[in-house]
Design a protein around this ligand. Structure first.
Ligand SMILES: NC(=O)C1=CN([C@@H]2O[C@H](COP(=O)(O)OP(=O)(O)OC[C@H]3O[C@@H](n4cnc5c(N)ncnc54)[C@H](OP(=O)(O)O)[C@@H]3O)[C@@H](O)[C@H]2O)C=CC1
Ligand SMILES: O=C(O)CCCC(=O)O
Length: 484
C-alpha cells in the first residue's frame, strides 16, 4: 500500500548534493522494499564515484562560510531543524516503519530521539570553550582554542535510520563542520527526508549532503579523499576495521560505533519484576536489532527458575506483525540474511543442548518474521555466546557466584553495553567497576539518551556520541603561543 503522508514531499527519491536534488546521471536506481510486505516503497539513485567527488567538493566550498557563522547562528538553524523534525514526526515515523519495519510506536520514539540530538547539539554549539593556562614564560601567553575538523563523512546503518544520522550530523554542524552522509541501502528514505528538513531549516548548500549507492564505491572515495578529515561510522565491527584501514593513508580522525555482545546479569538480590522489564526493553527493542541489545542473559542460580517463568510470560505477550498495524510490538527482521543468521545461531545452540523455552523458529507469518525466543541452558560453547544475534532471541546462561558472572560477562572481544540488576550497594559498585564495557546499565535496561556519551571499548569501537564528548569528536585543538 502506498504511503499516505501529510507532507508527501518528504518522500524523496533523489539525492541531496550541494543543496540540489539529483538523480544518477545514468538514471540507475536502487529499490527500497518494505521488509514486512516485500512491497516496493520507492527507488533512490544509485550514485557512484563522480557524485561522491562532487559532494566532497561542495562540502569543501561550503566549509569556510559555515564555520565562520557564529555559534548562535548555527544553533538557530539546528533549533529550527529540531522543530521541523518534531512537526513532521508522524510522517517521518511512517517512512521509517515502511522501510525498516519497526513498529510505528518505536519509529515515533526514534524520531523524537533523533530530534533530541539536534536539540542537544544546538545547545552545545554555544559551549565550545577554549582554555588558557599559566605560562612558563613571562612574555608569552598560552591560549587553547577549538576549531571544526573540516569536511566529515558519515556511513550509517539501517537499524536506526534517523537517530544514527542526527547524532553524527548535529554535532558536526554545531562544531562548524560540513558533512556527507551515506545511509544504509535498506533505509535511505529516512536519511533523505532528514536532508529535506535540514534544507527547510536553512542549512546552506553543501553543508549537509546525502548520497545513496554502492557502499564500497562511495565509501572508497570518501575514505581516500584528503579533503575529508573525519569519518564517523556505525555498523559491524568487520566493516569498521575495513574503513579504519582505508582511512589510514590519509590519517583521518575516526569515530567507530561497532558491534556488541551485551551481557544482562540478574543477581539473586535483584528486583525480579524490574529485571524482567529491563530485559524485555533491552532484548526485544527493534526486534533485537540494536548493538546495545542484551545478547546474553546471565542469571544467578537462586533466581533462575523464577526469572525464567516471568520472562517467558512477558515474551509470550509480544505481538509479531507488520509494524504499521496497531498493537504490534515486534516487526520483521531487516532482510533474509538477518533471519538466516538468527536461524543458524539458534540451530547451533539447540544442537549443543540449549532448551527452547518459547519460540525458536520463523513465525508462521513467513517473510523475515521470527518468533520471539528464549533459549534456556545456554553455555559458552555455543556460537550465540560470542556472536551478535541481532534478532529476538534471548539465550539464558546460569551462574553461581559474582566472580563467575563477571568472568562470563567479560569473556568477549566486544565492550559496548552491559547491564546488571542487583540491590546490594557493595555489589553494585564492585560489578559496575569490573565490567569491561563503555556503558553499564545498573537496574536499567535502557541507557540511550542524547545527553550521555554513547560508545564502546575493545572491538566495539572508538569515540563517543552524545553528551559533551559528542561535539569534541568534531573539533580539533589549536594551541596559540602569544608573545607580547
Ligand atoms: N553497531 C551497530 O549498530 C550495527 C551493527 N550491525 C551488525 O552488523 C551485522 C551486519 O549488518 P550490516 O547491515 O551488514 O552492517 P554493515 O556494517 O555491513 O553496514 C553498515 C553500513 O556500512 C556500509 N558498508 C558496508 N560495507 C561497506 C564498505 N566496504 N565500505 C563502506 N561502507 C560499507 C553499509 O552500506 P550498505 O547498506 O550500502 O551495504 C551501511 O551503510 C548485523 O547483523 C549486526 O550484527 C549492523 C548494523 C548496525
Ligand atoms: O544499535 C545501534 O546502532 C545504536 C544503538 C541505538 C541507541 O540506543 O542509541
Amino acid at each position: 500500500m502506498a504511503l499516505q503522508l501529510r507532507d508527501p514531499s518528504l518522500l524523496k527519491t533523489q539525492c541531496l548534493i550541494d543543496g540540489r536534488w539529483l538523480a544518477a546521471g545514468d538514471g540507475a536506481t536502487i529499490a527500497v522494499n518494505n521488509p514486512a510486505t516485500g512491497e516496493l516503497v520507492a527507488s533512490v539513485p544509485e550514485l557512484g564515484e563522480a557524485e561522491t567527488q562532487a559532494a566532497i567538493a561542495a562540502a569543501e566550498r561550503a566549509f569556510g562560510e559555515w564555520k565562520a557563522l557564529t555559534a548562535d547562528q548555527r544553533a538557530a538553524i539546528l533549533h529550527k531543524w529540531f522543530e521541523l523534525l518534531m512537526q513532521h514526526q508522524e510522517d517521518l515515523a511512517q517512512i521509517m516503519t515502511a522501510e525498516q519495519g519497526k513498529p510505528l510506536a518505536e519509529s515515533r520514539g526514534e524520531i523524537a530521539y533523533a530530534a533530541s540530538y539536534v536539540q542537544w547539539f544546538a545547545e552545545e554549539a554555544r559551549r565550545v570553550y577554549g582554555s588558557t593556562m599559566p605560562s612558563p614564560w613571562s612574555d608569552k601567553k598560552i591560549v587553547v582554542t577549538k576549531e571544526p575538523v573540516g569536511v566529515c563523512a558519515a556511513i550509517t546503518p539501517w537499524n536506526f535510520p534517523a537517530a544514527m544520522i542526527t547524532r553524527k550530523v548535529a554535532p558536526a554542524l554545531a562544531a562548524g563542520c560540513t558533512i556527507i552522509v551515506k545511509p544504509a541501502q535498506q533505509t535511505p528514505l529516512s536519511a533523505l527526508a532528514l536532508g529535506e528538513l535540514a534544507q527547510r531549516a536553512g542549512v546552506p548548500a553543501g553543508v549537509f549532503s546525502v548520497l545513496t549507492g554502492p557502499a564500497r564505491a562511495i565509501g572508497g572515495v570518501l575514505t581516500a579523499s584528503m579533503a575529508v578529515r573525519k569519518l564517523t561510522f556505525t555498523g559491524s565491527t568487520e566493516v569498521g576495521r575495513v574503513l579504519a584501514a582505508q582511512c589510514a593513508p590519509t590519517l583521518k580522525k575516526m569515530s567507530l560505533e561497532l558491534g556488541g555482545n551485551a551481557p544482562f546479569i540478574v543477581f539473586d538480590d535483584a528486583d525480579l519484576d524490574a529485571a524482567v522489564e529491563g530485559a524485555m526493553a533491552s532484548k526485544y527493542r527493534n526486534t533485537g536489532q540494536t548493538c546495545v541489545c542484551a545478547n546474553r542473559l546471565l542469571v544467578q542460580d537462586g533466581v533462575y527458575d523464577a526469572f525464567m517463568a516471568k520472562l517467558k510470560a512477558a515474551v509470550q505477550a509480544l505481538k509479531v506483525g507488520n509494524g504499521a498495524d496497531a498493537g504490534i510490538t515486534q516487526g520483521p527482521l531487516i532482510d533474509k540474511a538477518a533471519i538466516d543468521k538468527v536461524e543458524e545461531l539458534v540451530a547451533d545452540a539447540v544442537a549443543q543442548g540449549a532448551e527452547v523455552v518459547t519460540g525458536g523458529k520463523p513465525s508462521a507469518l513467513g517473510g523475515t518474521f521470527y518468533e520471539p525466543t528464549i533459549l534456556g541452558g545456554a553455555t559458552d560453547r555455543m556460537r550465540i555466546a560470542r556472536e551478535e544475534v541481532f534478532g529476538p532471541v534471548a539465550p539464558v546462561f546460569r551462574f553461581r557466584t559474582e566472580e563467575e558472572a563477571i568472568r562470563m560477562a567479560n569473556d568477549t572481544e566486544y565492550g559496548l553495553a552491559a547491564y546488571f540488576y542487583a540491590r546490594d550497594v557493595g555489589r553494585v559498585w564492585r560489578v559496575g567497576a569490573a565490567l569491561e564495557y563503555g556503558m553499564v546499565g545498573i537496574n536499567s535496561g535502557i541507557i540511550s539518551t542524547a545527553v550521555a556519551p554513547f560508545g564502546g571499548v575493545k572491538q566495539s569501537g572508538l569515540g563517543r556520541e552524545g553528551g559533551a564528548a559528542g561535539i569534541e569528536e568534531y573539533l580539533s585543538t589549536k594551541y596559540l603561543c602569544m608573545g607580547y
